[in-house]
Design a protein around this ligand. Structure first.
Ligand SMILES: Nc1ncnc2c1ncn2[C@@H]1O[C@H](COP(=O)(O)OP(=O)(O)O)[C@@H](O)[C@H]1O
Ligand SMILES: [Mg+2]
Length: 251
């Protein structure tokens, strides 16, 4: 019997009287790509936070490859292969693209504080950085200071930084938000080109973009999953159209 890579079982997350996430079940296999749709306030980001450890689920269980991580620290979860995109505010704008990636590479290791001493010293780190740059279409920008990147390139860099820990499960919270049509297309290509064994959960308001990237979609509303299916099933689900698809990009 194969164990799911990520398993959420009856997850509930409450903030005082507000039940932001309610009875969510989700199972993700290696390499599987899932989108989560839902209007603002549906509980999507809160669910991500419960997976990464920013919030602790108040009900239910979360497992990675069969190991319970429901109450684990973010660090433990990261070491088990869970990563999410950094927010742009986590980028160092005065540093180069490469140095931002080196910092991210060292984030999970105890060499973290030797950054200033040993720039460019480690071959395996450089290989990780090279691979992340290439995957995120940033190789030519390696020596550019982050403040000189376009907004779209900054978001590509966030994604590149999340890849430096070689995750097994990557959570992307609205990676195309605020991007122009051209930048969105680049981001879609980058996501499409991610390693095929990397499992992905994508929160995205650009529905057509998301549907072109995933195997399965989960629709949330008021903290609960109300529909689940293949991209085609979701496109043709009248309930989904009512609650969400009719209000594309602004829901
Ligand atoms: N730290 C928090 N404290 C209190 N309420 C919160 C907190 N985080 C989120 N919420 C509430 O939980 C609900 C779900 O929010 P969120 O997960 O951000 O929705 P989504 O990402 O789907 O837009 C919202 O009603 C939001 O106001
Ligand atoms: Mg959100």
């Amino acid at each position: 019997m194969s164990t799911a890579l990520l398993e959420l079982e009856h997850i509930g997350i409450s903030f005082g009287a507000l039940k932001a996430v309610n009875e969510v079940n989700l199972s993700l296999r290696e390499g599987e790509r899932v989108a989560i749709f839902g209007p603002n306030g549906a509980g999507k980001t809160t669910l991500f936070n419960a997976i990464t450890g920013l919030n602790i689920a108040t009900e239910g269980a979360i497992r990675v490859a069969g190991v319970d991580i429901t109450n684990s620290t973010p660090y433990v979860r990261a070491s088990k292969g869970i990563a999410r995109t950094f927010q742009i505010t986590n980028l160092f704008f005065g540093l180069t693209v490469e140095d931002n990636l080196l910092l991210a590479t060292r984030g999970l290791k105890n060499t973290k504080f030797s950054f200033w001493k040993s720039s460019n010293s480690n071959e395996s780190e450089n290989a990780v950085v090279d691979s992340a740059l290439e995957r995120c279409h940033l190789t030519k920008k390696r020596s550019i200071q982050v403040k000189h990147l376009s907004y779209g390139e900054q978001r590509q860099l966030e994604l590149a930084m999340s890849l430096t820990s070689s995750p097994r499960i990557l959570l992307l919270d609205e990676p195309a938000a605020g991007l122009s049509a051209v930048e969105r297309k680049v981001m879609a290509d980058v996501i499409r080109g991610l390693p095929s064994d990397l499992a992905l959960i994508l929160i995205e308001h650009d529905i057509e973009l998301a549907l072109s990237l995933v195997d399965r979609v989960i629709c949330m509303y008021q903290g609960q999953i109300f529909a689940e299916g293949s991209p085609d099933e979701i496109r043709n689900n009248p309930k989904v159209q009512d609650i969400y698809l009719g209000r594309r990009n602004r829901a």
